[in-house]
Design a protein around this ligand. Structure first.
Ligand code: UDP
Length: 306
């Protein structure tokens, strides 16, 4: 297939590009290098089926394409305060541009929505049928609400214009190539532990997340593209961990004697989060395989080397 991956030089995008090439597809990686890094796809530049286009999807572009994976958007909570307008517009105007490309070219589009559409959930675990509990104008709203709007736009486009599209809601994902200054919990803990600094747990560390290893997530994206599902479909790990527990696992694996320190909890930080993946199991025959400990080991090895 001729594929476009927006956000292809980002953390998840670059793993997806790699997988597509391995499976014999051609890839146009589109990235404005806002948070993505050319370095992430450097190795792929030599491959025949791979092209890189430095481009911002808020501006339309045209290309022959059969599969569009729309992953472009900064996704780290630290960026929500630094780049809120860019984030809101990438997920709204950018998504519209990708939908139009899909419609004109008769391509299938898979959109990377997020667990953030559930906000600070009142239902646990979160099923796709839950409408969410989101602050419409808080510091996270540029991301949460623009992803929600993107979903609304995709479903409208599909209903009205027949565009072939699917929505996945991605929960916390981690692995090699996360930015060390990304601000998220796994790269923070790993870089802190590897340099012998204290691990920064925000709040009391009792808030929970569930962490999916990037290879598993990419597998879910591929299955979604290969299906006729519109979704939304949750993609994430169903195994829930307290953040303090994660800190302790990283502490143990690094073995550098780092301590744990407690700091203030960021505003609107969800208390609990875990996907119900019954639907993904049923319609995509998908579930994650890599345990947190194994995934953290692989991620830590990469951070050590890089
Ligand atoms: N967190 C933490 N220490 C850090 C970074 C994050 O305790 O150095 C917490 C954060 O407050 C949140 C959880 O870890 O409760 C996951 O945060 P992250 O930014 O990775 O992703 P989120 O799920 O909030 O989008």
């Amino acid at each position: 297939m001729k594929c476009v991956v927006t956000g292809g030089a980002g953390f998840i995008g670059s793993h997806l590009c790699e997988r597509l090439l391995v499976e014999g597809h051609s890839v146009l990686c589109v990235d404005n290098l806002g948070s993505g890094k050319k370095w992430n796809v450097k190795r792929l530049m030599r491959e025949e089926g791979f092209r890189f286009l430095k481009h911002d999807i808020r501006v339309p572009f045209n290309t022959e394409v059969e599969w569009i994976f729309d992953l472009a958007s900064r996704a780290s909570p630290v960026d929500f305060e630094r780049f809120p307008v860019e984030i809101a517009m990438t997920n709204s105007l950018g998504t519209f541009n990708m939908l139009e490309l899909a419609r004109k070219r008769g391509a299938r589009l898979v959109f990377a929505s997020t667990s953030e559409v559930y906000g600070d959930p009142e239902e646990h675990p979160q099923k796709e049928s839950y409408w969410g509990h989101v602050n419409p104008n808080g510091v996270r709203s540029c991301y949460d609400e623009s992803k929600r709007f993107a979903e609304a736009l995709i479903f409208s486009h599909k209903r009205k214009l027949g565009t072939d599209a699917g929505v996945v809601r991605i929960f916390n994902t981690y692995g090699p190539r996360m930015r060390k200054d990304d601000g998220r919990v796994v790269p923070n803990f790993i870089t802190q532990a590897l340099t012998g600094r204290p691990l920064s747990v925000y709040g009391d560390g009792k808030q929970t997340r569930s962490f999916c290893y990037v290879d598993d997530l990419v597998d879910g994206l591929m299955r979604m593209m290969g299906s006729e599902e519109t979704g939304p479909v949750n993609l994430g790990s169903p195994v829930e961990f307290g953040i303090l527990e994660v800190a302790k696992v990283v502490q143990k694996l690094a073995g550098t004697g780092s301590k744990i320190v407690f700091g203030p909890l960021p505003k609107d930080d969800p208390v609990r989060r875990r996907p119900d993946i019954t639907k993904a199991k049923r319609v995509l025959k998908w579930q994650p395989k890599v345990s947190l400990e194994d995934g953290l080991k692989r991620t830590m090895a990469w951070f050590r080397e890089n």
